[in-house]
Design a protein around this ligand. Structure first.
Ligand code: 13P
Length: 254
C-alpha cells in the first residue's frame, strides 16, 4: 500500500494555546498511527515552533502556511523561508488559494516563494485550483495548467527534490461542497501529466484539498493518483482529525 500524506492546514483557526493543546493531543495518540501515514501540521507562524518541538519526537512534521522569499531585510510583517526552516519546518504551503484570492498573491510571487523554499531545503506544497466562476466557464484545466506552468516551467531543481501539488478547487474550500472524488482523481491525472512533462526527474506527490471530512476522506485516498489530502477545518479539531487519521490508517492496512 502507498504512503498516505495527511497535511493539516490550521489556517488562522487556532490561537497559541489551542495550537499547543491540539499538538499535545496528537502527539499523545501518535503511537496508534499507521506507519504508512505521514502527518504534517501547518500551524500559525507564532505557534509553529512549540508545536514542532512537541511533534518532532513522535514523527510528525510541521510546515509554514506561507513564507517570504528574501532571507532577511526590511520587510515588515513577513517571515522568510529560511526562518521557517530554522524553526524546524520540513514543508511550506505555496500559493494557497486564500493567499491568492484574499491577499492577491500572483503566479509570479508563487514562483519566487517556490524557488526560495527549494533553495533552503523546504519541501513545497504548491496549491492550485479553479474558482467557481472559472469552473462554470469550463476553464478548470486551463487555470490549473497556467498555475502549474508558471510555477514549474524551467525550474532548477536538484535530483533529489520533492514537491507536492495540492489540487484544491477554490469552491470546495471551507464550503462543505467537496469535489467529487472521481473528478479530483481526473484532475490529478492531468496535473501529473503536466508536472512530469515539465520536471521529469522530480518526485511529485499529489494531494486533494477542499472540505475533506472523516466521512469522505477514504473516497479520495483510494484513488491511485492521490497521495494524500490537505485538510483545513476538520484538521483543527481533535475529534475529526483523529477520525481522519484512523480511517486513513485502516485504508493503509487494507
Ligand atoms: P477545508 O478542509 O476547510 O475545506 O480547507 C481546505 C484547505 O484550504 C486546506 O488547505
Amino acid at each position: 500500500m502507498k504512503t498516505i500524506h495527511l497535511f493539516a492546514n490550521w489556517k488562522m483557526y487556532l490561537d497559541f494555546d489551542e495550537s499547543n493543546i491540539l499538538a499535545n493531543a496528537l502527539a499523545a495518540q501518535a503511537k496508534k498511527n499507521s506507519e504508512q501515514i505521514k502527518i504534517a501540521v501547518f500551524p500559525s507562524a507564532l505557534a509553529l515552533y512549540p508545536v514542532g518541538q512537541v511533534l518532532k519526537d513522535v514523527g510528525l512534521a510541521v510546515g509554514a502556511q506561507n513564507a517570504y522569499w528574501v532571507d532577511k531585510g526590511g520587510f515588515t510583517g513577513e517571515v522568510s523561508v529560511n526562518m521557517f526552516k530554522e524553526a524546524g519546518c520540513e514543508y511550506a504551503l505555496i500559493g494557497h488559494s486564500e493567499r491568492r484570492h484574499i491577499f492577491n498573491e500572483t503566479n509570479h510571487e508563487v514562483r519566487q516563494k517556490l524557488e526560495a523554499a527549494l533553495a533552503v531545503g523546504l519541501t513545497p506544497v504548491i496549491c492550485v485550483g479553479e474558482t467557481a466562476e472559472e469552473r462554470r466557464a469550463d476553464k478548470t484545466e486551463e487555470v490549473v495548467e497556467i498555475q502549474l506552468r508558471s510555477a514549474l516551467d524551467k525550474l532548477a531543481v536538484g535530483a533529489d527534490a520533492k514537491i507536492f501539488i495540492a489540487y484544491e478547487p477554490v469552491w470546495a474550500i471551507g464550503t462543505g461542497d467537496a469535489c467529487a472524488p472521481g473528478e479530483a482523481e481526473r484532475m490529478h491525472g492531468k496535473i501529473s501529466k503536466i508536472v512530469t512533462a515539465l520536471l521529469p526527474k522530480v518526485d511529485c506527490k499529489i494531494l486533494y484539498g477542499g472540505s475533506v471530512r472523516p466521512a469522505n476522506v477514504a473516497d479520495y485516498l483510494i484513488g491511485p493518483l492521490t497521495d494524500g489530502v490537505l485538510i483545513g477545518h476538520a484538521s483543527a479539531q481533535l475529534d475529526s482529525f483523529s477520525e481522519i487519521i484512523k480511517r486513513a490508517g485502516e485504508l493503509a492496512k487494507a
